[in-house]
Design a protein. Structure first.
Length: 99
């Protein structure tokens, strides 16, 4: 079971990602001092709707790949001006959040 204070710590970082930028799961894990817990970040984000409204669409994997099965994620990012490379991944060099 994941403690609520950890959940809110992760979600508070996600809340800080500016519009038009993305962060990776690993980047968020590093920002909370849990370098090796990127999967934990993903697990928390999959439950985020139970804790309020957070811009979880701004979190992608390290290569810029969107979450499998969440087709709307790309549309939400494109609406914010995030561009994708030909391979379907976010251009991380241009759009990664420098926290």
């Amino acid at each position: 079971m994941i403690k609520e204070d950890l959940i809110y710590e992760i979600l508070s970082v996600v809340e800080e990602i500016p519009e038009g930028r993305v962060a990776s799961y690993g980047q968020i894990a590093r920002l909370i001092g849990r370098d090796k817990n990127s999967r934990l970040v993903g697990k928390v984000l999959s439950m985020a709707e139970y804790y309020g409204r957070y811009p979880c669409h701004r979190v992608v994997n390290h290569a810029g790949r969107t979450a499998p099965g969440w087709r709307e994620q790309r549309l939400l990012l494109e609406d914010e001006g995030v561009e994708f490379r030909k391979n379907g991944c976010v251009d991380m060099k241009r759009f990664q959040w420098n926290a």
